[in-house]
Design a protein around this ligand. Structure first.
Ligand code: TYD
Length: 137
């Protein structure tokens, strides 16, 4: 199963502007330990290109648009365009992700379940495929 899913959050207000609230462990399936955001990505750049062993994340595109490519190494794949700032893409552990086609001015906010830990990353695709073969055994 591809442990990835689009989440829709409630947008409050209209004429006076919009407000979206996200509460840790209530609106998303984990406690938020870290947030980070990605900006100023040139349109020809592909970011990501890694998986995480333990980390759960929700990606939100606050402005602009970006395409998130996910796969589980078991031939299940999903490409999601994020362009609505009340939607988020949940990505579970052991999912290879790549982010492409950042529109000018895109702001990508990431909510994460763990503090930054480089040892949680798999950045080599061959190594990733091998790890998922072991994982799905
Ligand atoms: P990386 O996760 O590889 O970015 P992306 O997936 O968007 O391509 O992180 C880029 C750099 O930033 C890398 O050197 C690690 C560092 N970094 C931190 O120091 N803290 C963090 O919370 C994150 C996400 C990255």
């Amino acid at each position: 199963m591809l442990n990835v899913g689009l989440m829709k959050f409630m947008k409050r207000g209209e004429n006076s502007g919009n407000l979206v609230a996200i509460e840790s462990a209530r609106d998303i399936p984990f406690e938020i330990k870290r947030i980070y955001y990605i900006t100023n990505v040139p349109s020809n750049v592909i970011r990501g290109c890694h998986s995480h062993t333990r980390l759960h994340q929700v990606l939100l595109c606050l402005n602009g648009s970006v395409t998130i490519h996910t796969q589980n190494g078991n031939s299940e794949k999903l490409s999601t365009v994020l362009s609505v700032n009340s939607e988020g893409l949940y990505i579970g552990p052991n999912i290879w992700r790549e982010m492409s086609d950042f529109a000018s001015g895109t702001v990508l906010l990431v909510l994460a379940s763990e503090y930054y830990d480089e040892s949680d990353y798999i950045r080599n695709y061959e190594e990733y495929l091998k790890s998922t073969t072991d994982f799905f055994k």
